[in-house]
Design a protein around this ligand. Structure first.
Ligand SMILES: Nc1ncnc2c1ncn2[C@@H]1O[C@H](COP(=O)(O)OP(=O)(O)OP(=O)(O)O)[C@@H](O)[C@H]1O
Ligand SMILES: [Mg+2]
Length: 508
């Protein structure tokens, strides 16, 4: 397609309408403010000289909406019928937005008839009519005359323009604005995934808190976004900045990720085959699967979104098939991002009947192949038996990793990390001697041991010492003991099906 690089996705879809010369367009979106902005942009950038833009609503009638000081059309009659007549008679080119026109369409055969006439009248006269509505209602007799645009979420180009448009207001109110390239990128990424109305809301709240728009307001913006995105219930924004260094062991996985990161950053320049698509991480509970996914997002410097399979299957958002597809579509719009399908095996097992399972799963696999380059899928699974062979087969994911119980050295590493995380210098402790007492422990159990030792010391009002940790080990019964058979089974199963996330050590 031939378009200027700075053109937003939304503006591009409008350009296609004009290029095709289609006089009637139905824009499905609740964002009226944004539509007016887009039409105004289109009126100046696609037409020489610029054409006027009018907007109509049942309450306000027809008004010029492309800037101040322009003359409004006479507004004695606000009715839907009157506005269609006005457009039909209007002499010259123009863009006409009819807000919430699904209602008049629903009500009257006369209105529908009139709209079809308008098609003929506007054709080839550079008069374009846009109906906007959050609902999609196109009567049968109009489907051939009306082109439908679903205005997705704004992309970065649109968000950048929006941020620039907010700046003067903030500065006028005495706030500081930093929209240098780097900051703009960060702010833009933080707002991706929101509608423009939501972005405006988030920016204003953040500015109210911090008095500025720039790196200082980033944390507040991300928090606003977390609240807004999570409201949909299907996709959650995970604000977590776990770094690769905060994972103990799993060196093979870490170095693989570091390599993929480079390829992922080059995704627009390299061939599709080598752009990283995603990774499947499975293994024993509490050994760092979720932790690793969070680290992927910060390693790739991307926001992390988690798809809650329980929500998908709850029925609250329609059938599982429908809501899963909706979630995937939403992810496409917030690319670039890491999307985390937690307990992905649920997609295969939780559906009520086998037909639905098959379809959902087939959809997932196709989507994996076709999704946008900017999305990296991180799937995690516990119940490995439920994973079908097609899922694991080479080519679906770039790699399938198995996260095993940590080795002696890895456990020491995990101890170190958790002490550090709680502000305690690990060098002061003899961690090596803990190896013997923590065989078969998961990372989560090591963490639990550190917490329990710290609690003891705190209760006795003293600094943590070596013995506190050693004593705490006695009270923890590891999962690998209580559920030995299950753990053995997972290990055996994964042996020839997955790559170990940790380098193999002698005797294992
Ligand atoms: N390798 C590790 N390095 C550091 N911390 C770890 C490691 N493994 C586990 N932990 C600690 O244990 C907690 C639980 O781990 P995590 O949530 O990643 O487990 P999981 O594999 O996702 O388990 P589940 O299957 O139950 O979801 C982590 O939040 C982390 O604090
Ligand atoms: Mg987990």
């Amino acid at each position: 397609m031939n378009h200027k690089p700075e053109e937003s996705r939304a503006l591009r879809s409008l350009r296609e309408v004009f290029d095709a010369g289609r006089p009637l367009t139905y824009i499905k979106s609740a964002e009226e403010h944004r539509i007016v902005q887009l039409l105004t942009d289109a009126a100046t950038s696609f037409f020489q000289p610029a054409v006027p833009v009018f907007a109509w609503s049942l309450t306000d009638g027809l008004r010029r909406c492309d800037g101040a000081g322009k003359q409004n059309p006479p507004a004695e009659d606000l009715s839907p019928r009157a506005v269609l007549d006005y457009i039909a008679k209007y002499d010259g080119p123009g863009l006409f937005l009819l807000k919430d026109f699904h209602e008049p369409l629903r009500e009257g055969g006369e209105i529908r008839r009139r709209l079809r006439d308008l098609y003929e009248v506007c054709f080839d006269r550079r008069k374009f009519v846009f109906i906007s509505s959050p609902l999609q209602f196109i009567p049968d007799e109009l489907t051939r005359s009306i082109i439908l645009i679903e205005l997705g979420l704004p992309d970065l180009v649109e968000i950048f323009a929006f941020l620039h448009s907010e700046a003067p207001g903030i500065e006028a109110a005495g706030g500081k604005v930093d929209l240098s390239d780097k900051t703009l990128q960060q702010l833009g990424r933080a707002l991706q995934g929101l509608t423009l109305d939501e972005a405006r809301h988030a920016v204003r709240r953040a500015v109210a808190q911090t008095g500025s728009l720039g790196t200082d307001s980033l944390a507040a913006l991300l928090e606003e976004k977390r609240l807004l995105v999570n409201r949909t219930g299907l996709v959650q924004y995970v604000a977590d900045s776990t770094k690769l260094e905060q994972i103990g062991g799993l060196e093979t996985l870490k170095s693989w990720l570091t390599d993929r990161r480079r390829l992922f950053l080059m995704r627009d320049e390299v061939s599709n085959d080598i752009v990283p698509k995603g990774v499947l991480i499975m293994g024993i509970s509490g050994c760092g699967k979720s932790l690793s996914v969070k680290a992927i997002a910060s390693c790739f410097e991307l926001p992390l979104y988690r798809i809650d399979m329980t929500e998908i299957f709850s029925g609250r958002h329609g059938t599982p098939e429908y809501s899963f597809a909706a979630a995937c579509r939403m992810l496409e719009q917030i690319a670039p991002a890491v999307c985390w399908f937690d307990e992905v095996e649920m997609a295969i097992t939780s559906a009520e009947n086998a037909g639905e399972q098959g379809r959902l799963f087939a959809f997932f696999l196709t989507w994996m192949q076709e999704k946008s380059r900017g999305l990296f899928v991180a799937a995690t699974a516990n119940s490995i038996d439920l994973l079908p062979a097609e899922m694991i087969r080479k080519g679906r994911f770039d790699e399938v990793f198995f996260v095993d119980l940590p080795s002696d050295e890895e456990r020491v590493d995990v101890f170190r990390i958790h002490l550090l995380r709680r502000g305690i210098k690990p060098e002061a402790f003899n961690l090596d001697r803990l190896k013997r007492f923590t065989k078969g422990w998961t990372g989560a159990e090591v963490e639990q041991c550190v917490v329990s030792a710290m609690t003891t010391a705190k209760l006795e009002d003293r600094e943590l010492n070596d013995d506190d940790i050693l004593n705490a080990t006695a009270n923890i019964v590891p999962l690998s003991k209580t559920m030995k058979e299950q753990v053995d089974h997972i290990r055996e199963w994964a042996f020839d099906r997955a790559v170990r996330a940790s380098p193999r050590e002698a005797g294992r």
